[in-house]
Design a protein around this ligand. Structure first.
Ligand code: SF4
Length: 534
């Protein structure tokens, strides 16, 4: 079976060989300087990578996916099944996955690694020990698709962690396919590949992600105000089934969203309830997962009486577009200073690149807006990355990459100055380098500068949930007071009483719909409804 080639392509072989020659010369000089000319050369350790997944294996190979929210994972599964792949979305990682991740992973990793790596190991161990699969069949009939990439934090090491843990757990040679947000797909070439990275693939992934985003956003808007407990979750289960059907059939997605809109509208809500709005920001995985990886943070906040504002995957995509735009601006300035043939800057077509990025951003926003409109998600604005960078820039160097970069600082400032939320929680795994190590340090200056900010950074370790819950409850008390004060202030400004508001509402059924969302004036949903009614 052909293996992936490690040889540089002919296109970039010249600069690489020049660099290697330079390094060899330097090594020789250093050896002479240190008197080590006769010392034997050490062989560097190299990871053996099995990425061999070919088209003729598709029929009997299951592609395992996981890592986003349940809605996203399910929609990715349905979409890719529609393209003819066998896909299985893994369960949301739990503490058992964390234990397995710690058992088979290296020391000193951040816990998204342990949770996600352990979750895969847990699934494979279950196949072997509970379902009776032979190890050889597990390895030959499954591949795992995950996001990866290079980066200044541990994210760049995830794929190596997967391979190490799988090897130590007895699944040597299990294929982990790495999908990089900026760099496409790493997989074997020379034969028709198993996962075809073509237009259909990316369109399907895009649809799954943006529909998942829209559904999640509307869920968190409706559930805190439902009158009958559990009605939203019931509606969401129905909606997921309908959307999955459309994605799998590769047709009727907009129609299916319209059907879901009706289902969601049937959920009875009371949006006059005054609730603090809590914005969850932080490290990407910790703020996205819905399970034990963040102590079920979103659910806990709702049970404590808050409305949660989540971050969407579309925001992360826009951040990547923003990064590329900044890099392209730098390339314009540096043009001509680097003559490398492949990644060099001499031939960079910056105008074309800008145009591509402009189209990409428009496409992201337009697609999301279309899905949101069909689903009934109103007055939802995707983040403005230029503004986020601008407000963060005084406190955080926006050239620093890794994790959420400057975004956490920008989001907290935007939450305060635009009255987007009463409270902001920044959740991150214990020891997360960009988030705990850098952003949280900067946030102490932001809270000094904006004393009205109610900000709580929390670190997740897998244990210690009680401690985290108690800290949240204490801060939430302040946020509840802030929401009540804001509501009373708006009532006074508009010369209205709660009874008058309820009487007006009873005459306007449109405003009582679960999908109705008043335009943003202040943070609270009830206060915004009051502004609109007044
Ligand atoms: S952002 Fe933090 S938690 Fe995420 S991979 Fe990097 S170091 Fe780990």
């Amino acid at each position: 079976m052909p293996q992936p080639s490690n040889q540089p392509s002919s296109q970039n072989s010249a600069p690489i060989s020049a660099i290697e020659a330079e390094l060899e010369r330097f090594e020789q000089e250093e050896r002479e300087r240190l008197g080590l000319t006769d010392a034997p050369k050490q062989n560097q350790w190299k990871d053996t990578i099995n990425r061999a997944f070919y088209a003729d294996q598709r029929a009997h190979t299951k592609v395992l996916v996981s890592g986003l929210t349940m809605a996203h994972d399910m929609f990715v599964q349905a979409g890719l099944e529609g393209l003819g792949y066998q896909i299985e979305a893994l369960d949301c990682p739990d503490n058992e996955a964390l234990q397995l991740g710690k058992e088979f992973g290296n020391r000193g990793q951040c816990n998204p690694t342990y949770f996600t790596v352990g979750n895969l190991v847990k699934h494979l161990v279950n196949l072997r020990d509970k379902e009776g699969w032979k190890t050889e069949d597990i390895i030959n009939k499954h591949v795992f698709l995950t996001a990866g990439g290079c980066g200044p934090c541990r994210f760049g090491m995830y794929v190596t962690e997967y391979r190490k843990a799988l090897r130590d757990a007895g699944f040597e040679g299990f294929r982990v396919m790495l999908f990089e947000p900026n760099g496409g797909m790493h997989q074997a070439t020379g034969q028709e590949v198993g996962l075809k990275m073509d237009k259909d693939f990316f369109l399907t992934l895009g649809k799954a992600i943006f529909v998942g985003d829209a559904l999640n956003a509307i869920t968190y808007r409706i559930r805190p105000y439902e009158i009958e407990k559990g009605a939203t979750d019931k509606a969401i289960v129905e909606c997921r089934e309908i959307i999955m059907g459309a994605l799998k059939a590769k047709k009727g997605l907009l129609k299916s969203l319209w059907r879901c809109r009706k289902i969601l509208q049937a959920v009875k809500v009371d949006k006059t309830l005054v609730k603090p709005k809590v914005s969850i920001i932080g490290e990407f995985w910790a703020m996205t997962t819905e399970g034990e990886g963040n102590y079920r943070l979103q659910r806990f906040l709702e049970e404590e009486g808050a409305e949660v504002e989540i971050q969407l995957i579309a925001g992360w995509i826009l951040y990547n577009v923003w990064q590329s735009r900044v890099d392209t601006r730098s390339r314009m300035v540096l043009k001509g200073s680097d003559e490398g043939t492949r990644k060099g800057l001499k031939t960079t077509q910056t105008t074309k690149r800008f145009l591509t990025l402009w189209v990409a951003e428009k496409a992201v926003r337009a697609t999301f807006k279309t899905f949101a409109f069909c689903l009934g998600l109103k007055n939802y604005k995707l983040p403005d990355m230029e503004e986020n960078a601008k407000v963060a820039a005084d406190h955080y160097n926006t050239e620093l990459r890794g994790g959420e970069g400057h975004m956490e600082v920008g989001k907290l400032i935007q939450n305060v100055i635009h009255k987007k939320a009463h409270m902001t929680i920044s959740v991150k795994p214990f020891g997360c380098m960009p988030s705990s190590g850098v952003s949280d340090g900067v946030q102490s200056i932001i809270t000094e500068k904006y004393p009205e900010a109610i900000f709580l950074p929390i670190e997740t370790t897998g244990d210690g949930a009680v401690n985290v819950y108690s800290r949240i409850q204490m801060m939430l008390f302040k946020a509840k007071r802030a929401a009540e004060d804001e509501y009373t202030q708006v009532l006074n400004q508009k010369h209205l009483t709660v009874e008058q508001l309820k009487s007006r509402l009873s005459k306007k059924p449109k405003f009582q719909s679960s999908t109705h969302y008043s335009p943003h004036v202040v943070a609270g949903t009830a206060a915004n409804l009051l502004c609109e009614m007044a």
